[in-house]
Design a protein around this ligand. Structure first.
Ligand code: FAD
Length: 292
């Protein structure tokens, strides 16, 4: 089933993202985490793609296992900046053979040393190649409530989102955010620009100090003062920080659904215990809203 059909068929959804390992010896651990998260019966899952493409086999392997074993629909990601047209075609063939019907099509970050291949400039170039490979393949695209770090302005960024939708993105999935009001203003801007595809709200439960520092360095996401206070107070206790991160993410998600947001995508960071706690907190709300 295509992800867009899942989004259309239910009033609210909760889905999880997992990532592939960097090395073959870590595959069993990543697979066990992905399967434990799939056992929570999310509406669907996504599996990220290593920027350089060197771990693409792991993405296919993990995504296929989850789909086959648990019947959970999976959307693999695909990046292009550090890839070639040939490598992309090879991966698309693997995705098609594995039965994936939706791909999250991304550019990928510019590598730290600046090296890149020259076959693709932007995510929309990848979207065009996917559509010419198989026009029935459905697409999702990334969006940035606080603007992409390379964009000169939020307005310029929103013009790029329009290009993604024109290139076939049926829905968007956001960068993480910790302040829901920024997401609500972003939705207003998208609607004002006439962009009305579903937008998955990306929620990152910060369950240790290290994740916060690393994630923020990559995304430039604003952290509210109350989040910083929480990390200052509990950051040195793994268990206290984990519970605080779960509670903050839960509160964000409850507020999103209460304000009419329909689709929440949790960056589960391959942590089944965190995904389980959030899923259990939210399940009664999902069941209630979906029964109305
Ligand atoms: P693009 O859409 O190409 O945008 C990149 C920049 O170029 C933006 O500033 C945009 O405004 C600008 N731009 C785009 N088109 C034009 C144009 N025609 N003219 C001028 N400017 C333009 N990375 C991974 O490596 N693997 C993953 O699995 C992964 N998953 C992600 C999932 C989500 C939900 C998100 C939000 C990000 C993910 N990323 C992933 C990170 C992503 O690759 C980076 O954020 C990357 O820097 C931008 O990717 P993009 O697809 O948004 O690029």
């Amino acid at each position: 089933m295509k992800i867009i059909d899942i989004l259309k068929n239910k009033r609210v959804t909760l889905s999880f993202e997992v990532f592939p390992p960097k090395t073959a010896d870590a595959v069993p651990t990543a697979l066990a985490a992905a399967e434990a998260i799939a056992a929570l019966h999310p509406d669907f899952m996504s599996v990220t793609y290593g920027a350089g493409g060197g771990t693409s086999d792991f993405t296919v392997h993990i995504a296929s296992a989850v789909k086959k074993t648990y019947g959970v629909e999976v959307m693999p990601h695909l990046t292009c900046l550090s890839s070639t047209k040939e490598k992309v075609t090879e991966t698309l063939q693997d995705y098609k053979e594995a039965g994936f019907e939706t791909i999250m099509a991304l550019r990928g970050d510019v590598p730290a040393d600046g090296t890149r291949k020259n076959d693709f400039e932007h995510a929309t170039d990848l979207m065009k190649q996917i559509k010419s490979f198989d026009s029935s393949m459905a697409l999702g695209g990334a969006c940035y409530p606080e603007g992409h770090p390379e964009s000169p302005s939020l307005a310029a960024d929103i013009e790029n989102i329009r290009r993604k939708v024109d290139a076939g993105a049926q829905f968007l999935s956001t960068q993480m955010f910790f302040d829901n009001s920024l997401f609500y203003s972003y939705l207003n801007r998208l609607h004002a620009a006439g962009i009305d595809v579903p937008v998955l709200a990306g929620i990152m439960p910060i369950t240790n100090k290290r994740i916060l520092t690393r994630s923020l360095a990559m995304s430039g996401t604003a952290v509210p003062a109350r989040y910083i206070a929480m990390v200052d107070a509990y950051g040195d206790s793994p268990e206290a920080m984990k519970q605080a991160g779960i509670a903050y993410a839960t509160e964000q998600i409850l507020d999103l659904y209460a304000n009419g947001v329909r689709n929440v995508h949790v960056f589960a960071m391959n942590k089944p215990d965190v995904a389980k706690a959030i899923s259990e907190n939210i399940r009664p709300v999902l069941d209630y809203l979906n029964s109305k």
